[in-house]
Design a protein around this ligand. Structure first.
Ligand SMILES: O=C[C@H](O)[C@H](O)[C@H](O)COP(=O)(O)O
Length: 229
């Protein structure tokens, strides 16, 4: 691990912190929700030695599912499970309310679905993801391909500058528009407004259902934040 970049060291630290956080909660019938991205990938590797302590997982992307299966960890279809005890995933931005921007890896829709099902959402992120106001990271919006131009025009009306993520097809067979130029002062309202555009599958704002816990990796150690009621 000595060749890790400083940022990757923080990602590894928060992945370990997530392991420490969930381990006491694991039961033989526990289903763990697994996110997508480089931070989640560290978490999957650290979860592997614990696979005898819980039933299995649901994954928010084909990439994470493959990584899990490579470790011999069971991956279930979400429709086949009754309950997801905890969901662990990274983020592209977080604010102090634990409202997030996600989807830099194009996995936002499956991530949001598992988030909706999970009893608890634990976000793991390095300190570069912490912002006062969401929006410096372009907001990903997953769209039905035939609606891409229509959705882009509607996003301009909402004040954004949408850019087609050329060549990217999501695990659901859809396209991504990355919306630049947003200063998101009311994340819940914007999340709903964008999801109301015909042709949008979902957008990468996680504000209606923010994280419950944020484990933030800093040079001074991992800091734990919990959502305010
Ligand atoms: O679609 C991807 C996800 O939302 C990721 O959780 C997010 O992009 C953060 O990824 P990373 O941990 O690689 O920074």
């Amino acid at each position: 691990m000595s060749d890790l970049s400083p940022q990757d060291r923080l990602k590894l630290a928060v992945a370990q912190a997530a392991i420490d956080y969930i381990k006491p909660k694991l039961e033989p019938d526990t289903i763990v929700g697994i996110g997508t991205g480089s931070t989640a990938a560290f978490f999957i590797d650290l979860l592997a030695p614990l696979k005898g302590l819980f039933d299995g997982t649901v994954a928010s992307s084909e990439a994470s599912a493959e990584q899990l299966k490579g470790h011999g960890i069971s991956v279930y279809d979400l429709n086949a499970v009754d309950n997801v005890a905890v969901y662990v995933d990274g983020a592209d931005e977080t604010n102090a309310q634990l409202e997030l921007i996600k989807g830099g890896g194009a996995a936002l829709t499956r991530e949001k679905i598992i988030t909706a099902v999970a009893d608890e959402f634990v976000c793991i992120a390095d300190e570069s993801k912490w912002v006062d106001t969401l929006g410096a990271f372009p907001l990903p919006v997953e769209v039905i391909p035939m609606a891409r131009a229509h959705v882009a025009r509607e996003l301009v009306k909402l004040g954004g500058d949408p850019v087609y993520r050329d060549g990217v097809v999501t695990d659901n067979g859809n396209h991504i528009l990355d919306v630049h130029g947003l200063h998101i002062h009311n994340p819940k309202s914007l999340e709903r407004a964008i999801n109301g555009i015909v042709g949008v599958v979902t957008n990468g704002l996680f504000a209606d259902r923010p994280a419950d816990v944020l484990l933030l990796g800093t040079e001074n150690g991992v800091k734990t934040f919990t959502a305010r009621a």
